[in-house]
Design a protein around this ligand. Structure first.
Ligand code: COA
Length: 185
């Protein structure tokens, strides 16, 4: 996913972690620094465009990830950029993973309600042209380390077939207990 501005300069690392402040990361020494407000606008554009692309990929009626939603929630977004060498390019974004803690009433296998507050996978998207190249796994692995959680501790609302296969393949996860209401959105 390409943008009119220089993604490579804006996001110096392969994976950028964004929280509700949507702070532009520190730039590499020697890179010209546009006004901070412009940089934040660029970050917001990336978040909005990723949110739209993810909603489209999942056939959702509206994006569940946007800059304004990020600013009003305590979610964390991991953004993966393309680091393949492309001379004179402005860089590109490959995808993202958004997580956050949510209070949930979970039905267990005896149909009892339990209040829990797990880390939830809230949105996850890899650009169509780059799916099944290991990028999703790279992002997921990075997130697990940063958040210090094990895959089986995560909650996911209505995972797509692709995500179910992904979790099964990489983390051997498959047993789920269907829940009454979701938390997406
Ligand atoms: N069909 C079936 N399984 C798929 C798939 C597809 N089109 N794309 C990915 N997978 C699963 C498979 O298990 C695959 O292994 P395989 O190729 O050996 O069958 C594995 O994921 C590949 O892992 P990886 O390359 O690390 O995943 P990825 O970079 O494709 O990222 C997703 C995984 C789910 C984020 C990505 O496919 C995606 O963006 N899908 C569309 C949006 C979506 O469904 N998001 C989840 C929201 S609940």
């Amino acid at each position: 996913m390409e943008f009119s501005f220089d993604v490579d300069a804006l996001l110096p690392e392969r994976i950028t972690v964004l929280d509700q402040h949507l702070r532009p990361p520190a730039r590499r020494p020697g890179t010209t620094t546009p006004a901070r407000v412009d940089l934040q606008q660029q970050i917001m554009t990336i978040v909005d465009e990723l949110g739209k692309a993810s909603a489209k990929a999942q056939h959702l009626p509206a994006p569940i990830t946007s800059a304004s939603r990020m600013q009003s929630n305590r979610h964390v977004m991991y953004v993966l950029k393309d680091t393949s060498a492309r001379p004179a390019g402005k860089g590109a974004v490959i995808g993202f993973l958004k997580v956050g803690y949510k209070k949930l009433f979970v039905l267990d296998d005896r149909e009892a309600h339990n209040e829990v507050e797990p880390l939830c996978i809230l949105d996850f998207y890899i650009h169509e042209s780059l799916q099944r190249h290991g990028h999703g796994r790279e992002l997921f692995h990075y997130m697990l380390q940063k958040e210090r959680v094990e895959p089986h501790q995560l909650a996911i609302d209505r995972p797509s077939q692709k995500l179910l296969k992904f979790l099964n393949k990489h983390y051997n996860l498959e047993t789920t207990v269907p829940q009454v209401r979701g938390f997406k959105g």
